[in-house]
Design a binder for this molecule. Structure first.
Ligand code: DAH
Length: 354
């Protein structure tokens, strides 16, 4: 039969011994061994003592029980403190997340699909000896229409439904506007440089259009211009056919449909027919799709910039990279490109850095 005094004494001795042992330990393994020695559920000294409580008179049990709990807390705290002392801060069990989880991928953004297409087209023309240039998005009636052989009462000036700007502008000799096409860059380049000229001018253009699946009021265009002595219709066709084959593949067919633009004569709309490889490997031809307007530069345009139209000839073209991106990626609605929904855009990025 135990009496409460001997249990209290044993508790005191256990407390002192445990605290002492914990203090001197220097390895986590040893600490764990101590935990089992004192706190282990079956053989731990404290559990053994606790079991002896049942031999006490029931009136003595609450007081001794409270004392057992006090010692238990003290030892537990000492173990915990020692453990955090022995463990590097970043490995403390409480603060560890699951180290086996895969790292979190953070999307870093990417190059916009339309810009990817512009870059691809630029790389091809760069290989053909073109220089990349750009002109202002705010321009005026002379550059946007008149210098391009488009009188202001011409249906083209109207048709394009231009956004005019109501700004005082001594800088501009004619009414300022947001350019409705990239063709004014032709004029700006020819004004500043003598032939030979071989330029590609990508940029944004603006029209008074409402958005739908195939129109947006702001969109990208790519202008091309080649001027030199002896440039012929053959150079024109061969250059654009070469571009189409490099962009869509060697089996691509190209055709020139007669058309009209005020700044070219003759003018053409250029269509391509692509070879598509189906999932099962069979090849099919696409429909003819229009990819650009083009033509031989009208002599009036050359004269407007002071070139000798007897000496120089050239060709020009203008295409819509957003439309080409729609075809290339099989996207059915242009607006998806401009809503900036990253769930859509992330599909076009090639890696963490696009
Ligand atoms: N500027 C025309 C448009 O926006 C496209 C164009 C057609 C550009 C023929 C050209 C060209 O350089 O030769 O509709």
């Amino acid at each position: 039969m135990n009496d409460s005094n001997s249990i209290l004494k044993a508790l005191k001795a256990l407390e002192a011994e445990a605290l002492d042992a914990i203090k001197t330990v220097s390895e986590t393994d040893d600490l764990e061994r101590l935990r089992i020695t004192y706190m282990g559920r079956k053989e731990g000294s404290l559990s053994v003592l606790l079991r002896e409580l049942s031999t006490l008179d029931s009136s003595e049990r609450p007081a001794i029980g409270a004392e057992v709990n006090r010692v238990k807390d003290i030892i537990q705290n000492a173990l915990k403190e020692k453990k955090s002392e022995l463990t590097p801060a970043d490995l403390i069990a409480d603060s560890i997340e699951d180290l086996t989880l895969p790292g979190r991928f953070r999307w870093m953004g990417g190059i916009h699909p339309v810009n990817q297409v512009i870059d691809e087209i630029w790389q091809i023309f760069r290989g053909l000896g073109f220089t990349r240039v750009r002109g202002p998005e705010v321009d005026d009636e002379w550059y946007n229409f008149e210098a391009l052989n488009t009188p202001l009462d011409h249906p083209a000036a109207d048709e394009q439904d231009t956004i005019y700007l109501n700004i005082p502008s001594p800088e501009y000799l004619t009414s300022p506007l947001l350019r409705s096409h990239t063709s004014p860059v032709q004029i700006r380049v020819m004004e500043s440089y003598e032939p030979p000229i071989r330029i590609l001018a990508p940029g944004m253009v603006y029209r008074r259009d409402t958005s739908d699946a195939t129109h947006t009021p702001a969109f990208a265009q790519i202008e091309g211009l080649v001027i030199d002595e002896g440039i012929t219709f053959l150079d024109f066709k061969a250059t654009l056919a070469e571009f189409a084959r490099r962009f869509w593949g060697p089996d691509t067919k190209i055709r020139f449909r007669p058309s009209f633009f005020p700044f070219t004569e003759p003018s053409a709309e250029v269509d391509v027919k692509r070879q598509l490889t189906m999932r099962d490997g069979t090849k099919v031809e696409s429909d003819w799709i229009e990819i650009m307007g083009a033509g031989m530069v009208d002599p009036n345009v050359l004269e407007n910039v002071g070139y000798d139209a007897e000496r120089y000839t050239g060709f020009a073209f203008g295409m819509g990279p957003s439309r080409i991106a729609l075809l290339k990626y099989g996207v059915s609605d242009l607006r998806l490109f401009f809503e900036n929904d990253t769930r859509f855009l992330a599909q076009f990025s090639r890696g963490p850095l696009g």
